[in-house]
Design a protein around this ligand. Structure first.
Ligand code: PLP
Length: 390
């Protein structure tokens, strides 16, 4: 199979170091060797979440981790606020609904972030403190919007509602300080900014969330996080883990920690700037407002009369460049260039180059090279590239 150039919001490109780490002989998941690796990666991954909370590594996709956050820390019938900015907000709502929560669903306008004042108002009005949790995305993958989790957490004041965070596409690409911001449960999965193949999910749990788990009566088995914690304390998992992915995660986490998580996130925002500059130079409009655009994905409205499937199809079939179509209400009218995980400067230029070729073929009027030039300018600025004459 030919290598495809992936600029998807997952699975993302895997660095060779990580691929090679995954490609090692199988060992028993009950062996001391596995325990050493599992214990090490669990501790090291906490640095990516900026936390000392418990971190559980599960073999499942991100959605299962989100479901675990609902079934372990909330009881069926509990009142919750779901603050949504798009498709994945709706998915978190659907999970809460499937488990019988009493949901106050608030959807913010397309391209905008969650307004902390709205959350503060809802909680202030809840004098009996019936609201048990606020459920939210760190980064909404359908629009590329980053939600200000620090302000949303602060909006709780003294209200005891837990903050459950879907950081599936944002962790490692957008800011997230679990302990400093008091985030109770944070969920991510391996195939995004962590640069690992799909199959692992990472969940952090605060002491407040464990206290809620102690009073939890929902049916659960595979997703029982108290059981996962009991085993994790002994550097194991209750069931057979994806051993090769744990090797891969260990290496990827090392790579991220070598660079430092703040630097990793700064790089993602530089990529965001390069892609947004290119898009705007081409006369296209990003979905997310400038002030709330995250570092993981740039969603872009298609030009009038051209569909997302036409653009993504040409890029994929002719140029082996795989970007994502739109989601939800803007499925046909937007496309998404993901720049999370392992993405280099030349990848940005190549992506915009392939986009230009597709737009040109589809009859969109612009000067070839405009987007690529804008991208190069942001790179020159960032990397401090000088000409011989400087
Ligand atoms: C914000 C967000 N939440 C949840 C998911 C679902 O994760 P998974 O596909 O790993 O179940 C995704 C996947 O793209 C996502 O971007």
């Amino acid at each position: 199979m030919e290598n495809q150039f992936l600029l998807l919001p997952g699975p993302t490109q895997i660095p060779n170091r990580v691929l090679q780490a995954a490609n090692q002989p199988m060992i028993s998941h009950r062996s001391g060797t596995f325990k050493d690796i599992f214990g090490q990666v669990t501790e090291n991954a906490k640095r990516i979440f900026c936390t000392k909370n418990d971190l559980l590594i599960l073999t499942c996709s991100g959605t299962a981790g989100l479901e675990a956050s609902v079934v372990n820390f909330l009881n069926s019938g509990d009142k919750v606020i779901v603050a949504s900015t798009g498709n994945f907000g709706r998915r978190y709502r659907d999970i809460a609904e499937a488990h019988g929560m009493d949901i106050d669903y608030i959807e913010f306008p397309m391209g905008k972030a969650v307004d902390p004042a709205v959350i503060a108002e809802k909680l202030a009005a809840d004098t009996e403190q019936k609201i048990k949790a606020i459920i939210i995305q760190q980064h909404e993958t359908s629009t590329g919007v980053y939600n200000p989790l620090d302000k949303i957490s602060a909006a709780r004041g003294n209200h005891p509602a837990l903050l459950l965070v879907d950081a599936v596409s944002g962790l490692g690409a957008c800011p997230l300080k679990t302990d400093e911001w008091g985030l109770d449960v944070v969920v991510t999965s391996s195939q995004k900014a962590l640069m690992v193949p799909p199959g692992l999910c990472l969940v952090t749990v605060s002491q407040r969330a464990w206290a809620a788990a102690a009073n939890n009566h929902n049916h659960k088995f595979y997703l029982d996080l108290s059981k996962a914690k009991k085993y994790a304390d002994d550097r194991q998992t209750p069931f057979t883990p994806a051993v090769s992915l744990v090797y891969a995660l260990d290496e990827a986490v090392n790579m991220l920690n070598e660079q430092g998580i703040d630097n990793v996130i700064a790089e993602h925002y530089f990529r965001r700037d390069a892609i947004r500059a290119s898009i705007k130079a081409l006369g296209l409009k990003p979905v997310a407002d400038d002030q709330v655009a995250g570092g993981a994905v740039t969603a872009v409205y298609c030009p009038e009369g051209i569909t997302a499937a036409e653009i993504t199809g040409i890029m994929r079939e002719k140029y082996d460049t795989v970007i994502a179509g739109g989601m939800g209400d803007i499925k046909k009218t937007s496309f998404r260039i993901a720049h999370l995980g392992f993405v280099r400067d030349m990848d940005l230029i190549a992506a915009i180059g392939a986009l230009e070729l597709a737009l040109y073929e589809l009859g969109y009027k612009f000067e070839l090279g405009t987007g690529v030039g804008a991208c190069q300018k942001v790179i020159i600025e960032k990397r401090k590239v000088f000409t011989d004459r400087d």
